[in-house]
Design a protein. Sequence first.
Lengths: 125, 375
Amino acid sequence: MSETRFTDDHEWARSEGDLIVVGITNYAQEQLGDIVFVELPNIGNTVEQGQEAAVIESVKAAGDVKSPVTGSIAEVNETLVDHPEMVNQDPTGEGWFYKVAPADPAEMDDLLDETAYDNILAGLE
Amino acid sequence: MDDPAAQLQQTVLYELHQSLGARIVPFADYQMPLNYSPGIIKEHRHTRTSASLFDVSHMGQIRIHGAGAIETLESLMPIDLSTVKPGQQRYNFLTNDNGGIVDDLMIARFEDHWQLIVNAANKMKDLELITAACGSRTTVDYQHDAALIALQGPAASTILSRHSTGPASLPFMHHGQFEIDDIPCSVSRSGYTGEDGFEISVSNSHAITLAQSLLAHPEVEAAGLGCRDSLRLEAGLCLHGNDINEQTTPLEANLLWAISPERRADGKRPGNFPGDVRILKEMTTPPIQCRVGLRPEGKIAVRPPTTLFTEAGVESGLVTSGSFGPSVEGPIAMGYVNRALSALGTRHHTKVRGNPIILTVVDLPFVTHNYHQRR
């Protein structure tokens, strides 16, 4: 498995062949609480690094997923439509949001590695 | 004072919440548990199927004593207290001169005094209002030394019976003094979840022991304010600050049932409470807007404040509470709509993040009340 990268907004991104898989971190799902609805982007849509790409609703509030990388949506996790709780149960695995064909794969280098992300989390404690 | 949390108060159960893994959030100047590790949905469903323990000690407990107590209280609320007997409790509200709702509350009669349970965010304002209304024959005191613990759910009565023989025989909206594990408590059969249950007023010095004793039952789980809110919304109950406030009147809020017949225009003692002119007038000339239940189609929650429109795009209402209902298993909302568009089945329109959503006016509550029925 390739290295997972992170944003300071608590998304993760991981290369999978030519695509990059995107989701939210365990910290993010813990903060949101029980997730009841996920609004996924449409396949073929363009998403931009740092811009809203998906919406997550918990019982208490709605939040957005900002795309870690720019590119075109290649695949979305349809399972989340009927089972949004998957994001709570397995945020970095089965609870992924979408796969994007990156415009510039080097954007991954802008993102945080696990150590840097863990340091951010440690600062939030 | 860089840390905002440093200015927040804690209830006497704060450390217990922390030890139970609560997610603590600021609420009405208190650090309160939003939820524990099971999460809001599981806590909500547990309350509807078994029993949950809530710390509601942030709410205000105010006692009114003296020969002038009824006179003082009736000057502030549209209620007839002469028919309320010791051991009984009523839902009512403090009104302002414009007929708006300053706060909604529970009022209970004891042998020698009255007790109000008021909303945390309003309690100091309420206390000032009541104190200002007191003549020489009425005294008020705020119960700084008391915690308030709610045990809510269909198993609540059975569980409390293991500790005390009295509370299980209380009818809904009645209260009494009982010893629970030899701890003196004031127990009412009430709550704000739509379920059978109790609210237990206990001295701060005994609150932790009592909470731990109740939580020791396998049927009881700790539950936070997150599910208290989703439970009360499913039960169709108003949250002051959202669904009712100083600008909304009891008639707009569909709370006429709480106004004592004695104090209505055709009653024996009409009016003589703040805002009486408007409130009495609205009983014969209904206000333009009224509170209704709303069921959004689809899965997207419509959260307050969201403006509603007719199909033609004319403004028709405002959502004042909206969330996902864990027992309904879908989005639910309450709000105010134009009375002409308040009939059951009327459709209102809005957009959430660009998604068009239809909301249909439905009956409240969303989930049938399961209050204790006297057999």
